[in-house]
Design a protein around this ligand. Sequence first.
Ligand code: ADP
Length: 404
Amino acid sequence: MKKNLILVLNCGSSSLKFSLINPNSGETVLSGLAERLLSEQASIKIKYQGQVIQGVLPSPYDHQYAIARLVEVLVLHELNLEIFAVGHRVVHGGENYCTPTLITQDVKSIIRDLSQLAPLHNPANVIGITAAETVFPDLPQVAIFDTAFHQSMPEKAYLYGIPYALYKDHGIRRYGFHGTSHYFVAQQAAKLLNKPSNETSFISAHLGNGCSICVIKNGESVDTSLGLTPLEGVMMGTRSGDVDPGIIFHLVNQLGYSVEQVSHLLNKESGLLGVSGLSNDCREIEDAWTKNRNPRAKLALDVFCYRIAKSIASFSASLTSLDALIFTGGIGENSMLIRENIVNQLSLLNFTISKEKNETCRFGQAGNINSDNSRHIFVIPTNEEWVIAEQTAQLLLQHTANKE
Ligand code: ADP
């Protein structure tokens, strides 16, 4: 049997997303999600050939168990025989990694050490890698880093205006995230323009639960809105994005918050949820405004869109030309209202929206949504899993070629 599939694993602190992908065609053969891991409600859902296999995970409810359950299904359908490598999404690669990397014990310990920069994510990624090594000891494991695409940012973009020693001695700088997504949509946008990607310039807005803007010049990231952690930049589902750092001192010194409470407030209770007081889910907030005229829902949408428009406009400082604005992520791919609100604030950059095209490009439909006399605006569904599969396969091909 031909081994032509990559198993892609994206391991979060309490979840595991997985897909079995043909890296050449991009076809997803099987996909699924294990949620609420490490709790008694741990469950797994696997989609294969139009069917959904659901199950409750027994104790110890962990990632290892979820992967073992996935392997049972793979073995049942003999799909395990077709897998030639495992590609892992790893959130933080620090300054150590700017390309896909074959995972060795040394690489794994560096990923573990980088946990100090991504305490919620990298430890989970290491758990996923260890679990995959246990069940697939003979398969190569490859790490694709979320920060890697942004390693091309110049110093002026990644340094903060704080003492330089904090960067040199402690790595405090901007790293950016969502790199795989921004890379993918920029490649797709270059294809839509029929231009080589190294001759294009884009501003990409990945708007999901997490949100980031990225400037891509000649195929490389030159700036992005997320920073040392995924808290900087535009407002998100529950994350505040940029705030005056003085707010933190005010909360601690005047209002008696502990550091943990401030962290919780800015990461989990802010953003769309914090402003609306309703939900972090954009659809629910849109419904609360369009169906019930809830004023706080409208306010949350307005703050969200204005901050994104302002960020996009400010990033024009990194460019001398601009081919297109790209929308992606759950909100960017689907929400007509958010796209229209943002674009309406960008007329100075010569962006205007076509209402008809904006209605068409939703639910997986890619295309342009600009009016005839506007600069290009593309909606492009992201596909991070495919990039992980593709880059994993390419790296292994190179390794084989180097050995021969
Ligand atoms: P994640 O960052 O967790 O991967 P997604 O990219 O899936 O998140 O985006 C989730 C967000 O997309 C949610 O706020 C959800 O409400 C929003 N979303 C999904 N579909 C729509 C839609 N049709 N209209 C508006 N928002 C949508």
